[in-house]
Design a protein around this ligand. Structure first.
Ligand code: AHN
Ligand code: ZN
Length: 334
């Protein structure tokens, strides 16, 4: 009896310890025809959604982060100084790009590296700028106003900042580069009929042609876009399936294995033009997009997409947790 109680106590203690400092998941290594399971203990930190939420609030507090504005510049300084708390290897790639309307935009891609000497690398990314016009706002009067971009912008960056904080406490085995792409959301407004191409994702186009390191390679990349809206689910996006099927499988399988299957349905969506498209086609690094697709709206995105309602009010910490925990598990299993 005493032995059983001791065992129980030990189990409880182990549980408490695990929940305090991360989880150990069991890795299945299939080998030979018997597919004997060799369990390798892998440490995966516990993603803190409150922390990610706070990093989002801090970005949104600058106001819209529209290129060529002081708010955009101030947010860049905040992102750089915060990331420098997590790694000394932070680089800013400053560049100019032409918008659809010929405006010369000042862009800054912010690149934070972990284990910079490691050859095997993973690339994680999100865009940090916010859209200059709320062209999908229900009120026509507001369609020229800039958006706050809580979900469309700040969510992916907030999740990656929390991941960076976790890396600073327990470095993963593999090398990781976290890129905050600029100028993603300056595409031509919905109503404009101009025949322009490649008007979105100007920062990732620039980086893909001019990576921060010569001959830069990564095994694969994961882009996070709109990972915070209440009710979000992440479908297997079309370009991700086309260019990086094996990563989609890996990520969705892990999501199901660690209990976030509800957020990662085994369903495909159409192809979405986003930063990963250029990383795949120009830099030729296979990259997927974890993006909230919503078939219930005309745009295919969340209800507040490109409206003045894309605020912190519609952010759900459980969604941030699902996206962040799955990406952490993927990285620490490498
Ligand atoms: C297009 O609407 C063509 N692409 C959506 C990419 C995007 C905009 N992601 C966030 N905002
Ligand atoms: Zn957008």
């Amino acid at each position: 009896m005493k032995a059983i109680i001791n065992k129980l106590l030990f189990g409880l203690l182990a549980l408490a310890l695990l929940s305090a400092c991360g989880t150990r998941s069991k890795e299945n290594n299939k080998s030979g025809e018997k597919q004997q399971k060799i369990r390798k203990e892998v440490f995966v930190p516990d993603f803190n959604a409150d922390s990610a939420y706070r990093y989002m609030e801090e970005q949104v507090a600058f106001g819209p982060r529209v290129p060529n504005t002081p708010e955009h510049a101030a947010c860049a300084r905040y992102l750089v100084s915060t990331m420098k708390r997590f790694t000394p290897h932070v680089q800013v790639q400053t560049f100019k790009a032409r918008a659809f309307d010929n405006t010369a935009l000042n862009g800054k891609n912010i690149i934070s590296s972990f284990n910079p000497e490691e050859k095997q690398r993973i690339l994680l990314a999100a865009h940090w700028d916010s859209r200059p016009f709320a062209d999908h706002d229900p009120d026509p009067e507001k369609r020229n106003d800039p958006i706050l971009g809580a979900n469309d912008g700040a969510s992916g960056v907030g999740v990656l900042m929390e991941i960076a904080r976790q890396f600073s406490m327990h470095a993963p085995d593999i090398g990781v580069d976290i890129i905050f792409f600029d100028l993603e959301d300056y595409g031509k407004p919905e109503t404009m009929q101009a025949n322009v191409e490649h008007d979105w994702a100007l920062g990732s186009q620039y980086w893909s042609k001019n990576p921060h390191k010569i001959n830069y390679r990564a095994k694969y990349g994961i882009l996070l876009d709109m990972v915070g809206a209440e009710g979000a689910v992440f479908h297997k996006e079309g370009f991700s399936m086309y260019y990086a099927h094996f990563i989609v499988d890996k990520v969705w399988d892990i999501a199901h294995e660690i209990g976030y299957g509800n957020y990662f349905p085994m369903q495909t969506s159409g192809s979405i033009m986003d930063d990963h498209y250029y990383v795949n086609t120009i830099a030729r690094i296979p990259m997927i997009d974890i993006i909230h697709y919503y078939s219930g709206s005309k745009s295919g995105f969340f209800r507040e997409w490109h409206t003045t309602y894309d605020t912190m009010d519609n952010i759900d910490k459980d969604v941030l947790k699902a996206a962040g925990q799955v990406v952490l598990a993927v990285v620490y299993r490498e």
